[in-house]
Design a protein around this ligand. Structure first.
Ligand code: AMP
Length: 368
């Protein structure tokens, strides 16, 4: 993994695959143009390496020149394309082959097509080393394509991230995984919500509490709230399919989060499996599950106290609390083995002053 400015990038396309793609394009162009002398037009700055390597593989007469346009600023395309360096060569009645490092939406390409369709060239073709076919929405069909890639931000081999990374020999992709995703684990009353509030500020994480989400829905009398209430009032777990969907929606609402604290989720093996599968689709994973340990008698006292202040009905009745513990022992406790098998389970003493416990949690997080 490498760091450019404040972002991390991981290897994506190796040198050999790049060279093979460049060679393939050179050979295809040679098949079409070896009987004349085409003019290659490299699009600066990104295409300089591609142009240099392609010309080494192109063993027939040719000329080369460059144009410069600009549309990328940082990690996303701005949509504004400027012509910074125009074609100066006499290109009338010549075959022009534009060499692009990458084509994504096709906006830069449109500007290029415009540049050349106004000149009286014999014909022009477009070659792109990398092509994001999923996001391309231009009308022009690309004539020569090296490697089709998914819509990821890439650097290296001429491509930059705010000017850094052009000198890398291979191509790297933005690493979305430089996040911390934590599961706070423990019985009702263990202090998950309280600690999450501190940890989220300390580590810049988004706190997602499924209990809070349910209570929010109950307060607003949504369909989901009405359904959840019938289970929560008894101290039972809400069915997995409802809970999993709700959690996924909430994660999806925070695409820019630098990590999540999952509090009160997962509570069943099915939820834990669904969480892993869902995070994998987003190139994310759980880094650690931290259990806050406390014995039942301490927890019951805490919950009854909390019930007086918060008005939560599920905290006011000892019988409901005991049922929640039974649910925990039966359905949630097995997750310890699930996360231990992944080497992600950590346990912290949940009894003591709040800030002491925050420090214990911080120690685990900082060692990750
Ligand atoms: P909590 O605030 O985390 O103690 O959650 C309160 C109640 O919401 C629980 O007793 C369950 O009825 C329900 N609930 C919260 N999270 C989940 C979950 N992950 N799966 C099923 N039910 C949940």
């Amino acid at each position: 993994m490498i760091k450019l400015h404040d972002s991390y990038f991981k290897p994506f396309i190796n040198q050999a695959d790049i060279q093979e793609a460049v060679k393939k394009i050179a050979e295809q162009i040679a098949d079409d143009y070896k009987d004349e002398t085409p003019i290659f037009v490299g699009v600066l700055n990104g295409a300089f390496m591609f142009v240099a390597d392609l010309l080494k593989y192109y063993e027939h007469p040719c000329e080369v020149t460059f144009v410069k346009l600009s549309s990328y600023q940082g990690l996303t395309s701005t949509g504004i394309v400027e012509t910074l360096l125009d074609v100066s060569e006499d290109i009338a009645n010549r075959s022009v082959i534009i060499l692009e490092d990458i084509i994504d939406t096709g906006r830069t390409l449109q500007q290029l097509v415009h540049l050349f369709s106004n000149s009286n060239v014999k014909e022009f073709k477009i070659a792109s080393l990398f092509f994001k076919s999923d996001v391309y929405n231009g009308e022009y069909a690309i004539d020569y394509i090296g490697i089709n890639i998914p819509d990821k931000f890439i650097v290296g081999y001429g491509l930059d991230y705010n000017e850094l990374g052009r000198n890398l020999k291979e191509v790297y992709q933005l690493n979305q995984k430089h996040m911390i995703n934590l599961v706070l684990f423990g019985k009702p009353g263990a202090g998950k919500g309280t600690q999450a509030e501190f940890l989220k500020d300390k580590y810049n994480l988004k706190h997602i509490s499924t209990g809070d989400l349910f209570r929010f829905n109950i307060k607003n009398n949504t369909e989901l709230g009405v359904l959840a209430k019938s289970y929560i009032d008894k101290g039972d777990l809400v069915p997995d399919e409802v809970t999993i969907k709700m959690l996924q929606d909430d994660v999806a609402k925070n695409p820019d989060a630098s990590g999540f604290i999952f509090d009160g989720f997962p509570r069943t093996t099915a939820q834990a499996e669904a969480l892993d599968a869902f995070l994998a689709t987003k190139d994310m994973k759980i880094d650690a599950t931290i259990a806050l340990e406390a014995n039942d008698e301490v927890l019951i006292q805490r919950l009854l106290e909390r019930g007086k202040i918060s008005g939560r009905t599920d905290d006011q009745d000892e019988e409901k609390i005991r049922n929640r513990f039974d649910e925990y022992n039966e359905k949630t406790a097995p997750l310890k083995d699930f996360y231990e098998a992944q080497g992600k389970f950590h346990s912290v003493n949940g009894i003591g002053e709040i800030d002491e416990i925050t420090l214990r949690l911080g120690k685990v997080i900082e060692e990750l």
